[in-house]
Ligand binder design. Structure first.
Ligand code: BG6
Ligand code: MG
Length: 219
């Protein structure tokens, strides 16, 4: 393939916000009497807020009406926002800034493709608001990963064909979304979990432009 653009997921790829999602969901589940573990939290990665709540209710075998669901999602988000409003640029994951800088120097456009409605706030807190050429997130995209909408929107905003995009993703649902978009995917995490990714690295600290050029030839 020929890489003409790179699209990054946000949570778990550029910043480690999974811990804040976990703390906020944990606070809710403690309150409503559901036993929710860090292992359960893995299932929520890349999944939208409402879909995450549905999974949690399923774990707890709890059935509630739409009004209660809205209230629970609102509560969880208010706690999550408390956490992320204190984030600093130090929370950008290792290697992300260097790789982004290299891509900019090579004139390769970059976009963000995230399910999170809190994307603008996180980008602001870590000083990355004006770094991406396009941002597709929970505010302008409505179908949750593994639907490809978020990545297709990002590619369209950049004016690059899907087959020339590489997605960097840490969630199983996100890897599937990239594949469903007809894009190539570099998984961030474990090969055991991200089995469908074209290539897997532990973090963006293992990526640079020359490595990308090598991978480009392989996938
Ligand atoms: C994804 C996270 O990026 O965004 C999920 O991996 C999260 O865990 C989803 O549920 C939605 O985030 P938000 O900020 O809109 O609740
Ligand atoms: Mg993620």
């Amino acid at each position: 393939m020929k890489v003409e653009a790179c699209i990054f997921d946000l949570d778990g790829v550029i910043v480690d916000t999974a811990k804040y999602h976990f703390l906020a969901w944990k606070r809710l589940t403690d309150q409503i009497g559901i036993n929710f573990t860090e292992k359960d939290n893995e299932r929520l990665k890349g999944v939208s807020r409402m879909a995450s709540l549905e999974i949690i209710l399923e774990i707890g075998n709890l059935s509630i009406d739409a009004v209660a669901k809205d209230e629970y999602a609102r509560l969880k988000n208010s706690w999550y926002v408390d956490y992320i409003s204190k984030m600093t640029p130090e929370e950008i994951l290792p290697g992300s800034l260097d790789f982004i800088r290299e891509l900019k120097d090579a004139n390769i456009p970059i976009a963000l493709g995230s399910a999170s409605k809190n994307t603008p706030m996180i980008l602001k807190r870590v000083n990355l608001s004006n770094v991406f050429n396009a941002v597709a997130d929970g505010n302008n995209v409505h179908k949750a990963k593994p639907d490809p909408e978020v990545f297709l929107t990002a590619a369209k905003m950049l004016g690059v064909k899907p087959e020339n995009c590489v997605v960097f993703e840490d969630a199983v649902a996100g890897v599937q979304a990239a594949i469903n978009a007809g894009m190539k995917c570099v998984g961030i995490g474990s090969t055991k979990v991200l089995t469908e990714a074209d290539f897997v690295i532990k973090g963006l600290n293992e990526m640079n432009i020359s490595r990308l050029r090598l991978i480009e030839k392989m996938i």
